[in-house]
Design a protein around this ligand. Structure first.
Ligand code: 13P
Length: 247
C-alpha cells in the first residue's frame, strides 16, 4: 500500500514573516489530514521550518542539492547540510533546474544517488515540454530521463519518489487530464518495474503541474497517482490542506 504524499514546492517564494503565517496554518490543519504532507522550501528557511514544524507530523525538505559531497563548490549545499536541518526530502531535477541551470538527466541521477547516500529521499522530477508532447515524444522523453536514474539508483527504488511534471502544465493553469497523467504514471512504473518489479510497485509517483483544490481529487483518484508536487497552491495553507485532504 502506497501512502499518498502531498509535497509543496515553494520555489523562490517566502519571507520569514510570510512563512510563519503559512507554517502556522499548516501545523494547525495537518492534524485532520491522513496522507503524508511535506514542504520543500528555500534553503535559508530550513532552520525556521525545522523550528516551526517539529513534532507536527509534516515533513520538510529542500528544492535542490549539490552532486558533490563537500569541498570547494561555492554556493552549493550538500546532502549532509540538509540532514543537519532534519530534511527528509530533496527535489532533484525539477524542470526549472533542467531549463535554467542546464541540468542533465545524468547529473540529476547522480544527485539522487548522493541524496540517498546522505540519508535523504530524492523526489526525482521528469516531464516533457509542450513541443515534445505535440511531437508524440512524451514516452521517449520520460524514458530517457529515467534511464540514468535506473542506472544510478535502480537498486534503491524503495527509497525514491518520482514526480511527473509535464513542463507545459507548470504554473500555467493547464493541467494534464487525469487520463493523460495516469498514462505517463503507468509508463513510469512499468519502466521502474523492468529493474525491480516488487520495489516499483511501492514507489510513490507524484503528479505536478497546476494541481489545485478543484482538480486534485480526480487526479489523485487515478491508480498510479500517489500524490502531488504542488507549486503555487502550496503557498496558501487552505489550498494546500484541501489538496492534502483529497489524497
Ligand atoms: P504549479 O503547481 O505552480 O504549477 O507548480 C508545479 C511544480 O512545478 C511543482 O514542483
Amino acid at each position: 500500500m502506497r501512502r499518498p504524499l502531498i509535497a509543496g514546492n515553494w520555489k523562490m517564494n517566502g519571507s520569514l514573516a510570510a512563512n510563519a503565517i503559512l507554517l502556522e496554518g499548516l501545523r494547525a490543519g495537518a492534524v485532520a489530514v491522513q496522507c503524508e504532507v511535506a514542504v520543500c522550501v528555500p534553503a535559508p528557511y530550513l532552520s525556521q521550518v525545522q523550528a516551526l514544524l517539529a513534532g507536527s507530523g509534516i515533513a520538510w525538505g529542500a528544492q535542490d542539492m549539490s552532486v558533490h559531497e563537500s569541498g570547494a563548490y561555492t554556493g552549493e549545499i550538500s546532502a549532509l547540510m540538509l540532514r543537519d536541518f532534519d530534511c527528509r526530502y530533496v527535489i532533484v531535477g525539477h524542470s526549472e533546474r533542467r531549463t535554467f541551470h542546464a541540468e542533465t538527466s545524468e547529473l540529476v541521477a547522480k544527485k539522487a544517488a548522493r541524496a540517498l547516500a546522505g540519508g535523504l529521499i530524492p523526489i526525482i522530477c521528469v516531464g516533457e515540454t509542450l513541443a515534445e508532447r505535440e511531437a508524440g515524444q512524451t514516452a521517449q522523453v520520460v524514458e530517457a530521463q529515467l534511464s540514468p536514474v535506473l542506472a544510478e539508483v535502480g537498486g534503491q527504488l524503495d527509497h525514491i519518489v518520482v514526480a511527473y511534471e509535464p513542463v507545459w502544465a507548470i504554473g500555467t493553469g493547464k493541467t494534464a487530464t487525469p487520463a493523460m497523467a495516469q498514462e505517463v504514471h503507468e509508463l513510469i512504473r512499468a519502466n521502474l518495474a523492468k529493474r525491480d518489479a516488487d520495489a516499483a510497485a511501492g514507489v510513490r509517483l507524484l503528479y505536478g503541474g497546476s494541481m489545485k483544490p478543484d482538480n486534485a481529487k480526480e487526479l489523485l483518484a487515478m491508480p498510479d497517482i500517489d500524490g502531488g508536487l504542488i507549486g503555487g497552491a502550496s503557498l496558501k495553507a487552505a489550498d494546500f490542506l484541501e489538496i492534502a485532504r483529497a489524497a
